[in-house]
Design a protein around this ligand. Sequence first.
Ligand code: NAD
Length: 497
Amino acid sequence: MTTYINHFIGGSAAEGDSSRTAPVFNPATGVVEKEVRLGSVADVDSAVQAAAAAFPAWSDASLSKRQAVLFNFRELLNSRKGELAEILTSEHGKVLSDAGGEIARGLEVVDFATGIPHLLKGEYSENVSTGVDVYTLKQALGVVGIISPFNFPAMVPLWFFPIAIAAGNTVVLKPSEKDPSAAIWMAELLTEAGLPDGVFNVVHGDKEAVDALLEHPVVQSISFVGSTPIARYIYETAAHHGKRVQALGGAKNHMLVLPDADLDLAADAAVNAGFGSAGERCMAISVLLAVDTIADDLVARITERMSSLKTGDGRRGCDMGPLITEVHRDKVASYVDVATADGATVVVDGRNPEVDGDEGGFWFGPTLIDNVPTSSTVYSDEIFGPILSVVRVSSYAEGLGIINDSQYGNGTAIFTNDGGAARRFQREVTVGMVGINVPIPVPVAYHSFGGWKNSMFGDAKAYGPHGVEFFTREKAVTSRWLDPSHGGINLGFPEHD
Ligand code: NAD
């Protein structure tokens, strides 16, 4: 019997009116375990109407009431995170420990959002004119839309909805159709935490549902995370329909290793950040820029570490799981031939890996390619798999130039023991998130996350102070309370006295 994954609208499961579905695989076995319903325009409209109906009461709920729901959600999520990790591993394929890490980073944003009474405090200027005060209010937008990618089915929605809800908005989430169950699990948990029906809704689907959300006149904002071409499309389309948009796109993250770096630290970092989650992270390191004098040594240390990596089923204590789909695995694998044709050196070939798992899984092992020319698509494409490219450079300046020439600017890292070089790098590099001896510099929840260039479209980054700004609109109030002196008639533009 087929198991269907339903939408979640107005506080309960909904089949919707579309008969279209998509398969949901377990990537570690290659078996279709469920079918997800693909929402229609009408399904999106039902979810938006449910969210709109819930908005007046929710935005009017006291700060302490909203905060209490978030605290409940935090406690429930923390105590039951093992269940969510199992779901992530079964649909995404990432190993259980990594799924736990994803949830932990998402929980940080819930922690941050529990501080909403403090975060929504406005500004106040007393006596701007005699007897007149000016102050600002941060108010909810209304119904907000979130569209998320496959690679972090829990964390990316958690970047947005805790702050959106805490600020008094109501939400329609369109998760990735490749691993949709985490969103439903979180929706049910929010209900258990006391969130009123309709405040958080989930509609599954593909382009049809996305477009319906982008065009819906009631939806006030769109928060998107995914690949660059779609992020650009979302930004342009949602803005065209008058919405506030933050659209985070793809990446190609470089790690520059200078000759004075601790090479063991750099090798560990390159392996962890290159192959963690099978390279399917927007902050994965996919290009290692090694200065010539230490490049052979660094490649040798990385190669040695790679020999101990275990690829296999995420439930079996392996280091790295499968890729998300067979099509994606085949595309990633095709870059090995491209590398050879482009004159690069394949040091470790991940095709036909030894695997602790079912032979039907979408396997591709950790791959190291040296001497990659920057003219090769192995260098320039976002491969989104466990392929680490080494580009050799003669100097800091050459490495910096390559990073700054990239169309992407999500994350980057420098490994060095020279504080002056590190400081120059943080000033000169045109990338939104920078690590100094830290390979995956994902900011903590009370800062904000977002790249530059084609890695992000829009002004507001995800979560942190930018998240609060994005999910509220500011109102400036100028007030004068009864004063015995009345100014009388004056048609001139008001001046202060
Ligand atoms: P994707 O762009 O294919 O899909 C993202 C979302 O857009 C999904 O919900 C999908 O259903 C929807 N979508 C796909 N095609 C669409 C279309 N033609 N029209 C409208 N909607 C469409 O991305 P993905 O493969 O799910 O995720 C991987 C990508 O996400 C990578 O490029 C990765 O770098 C990026 N990513 C970026 C960040 C970041 O913070 N910058 C974080 C995570 C992932």
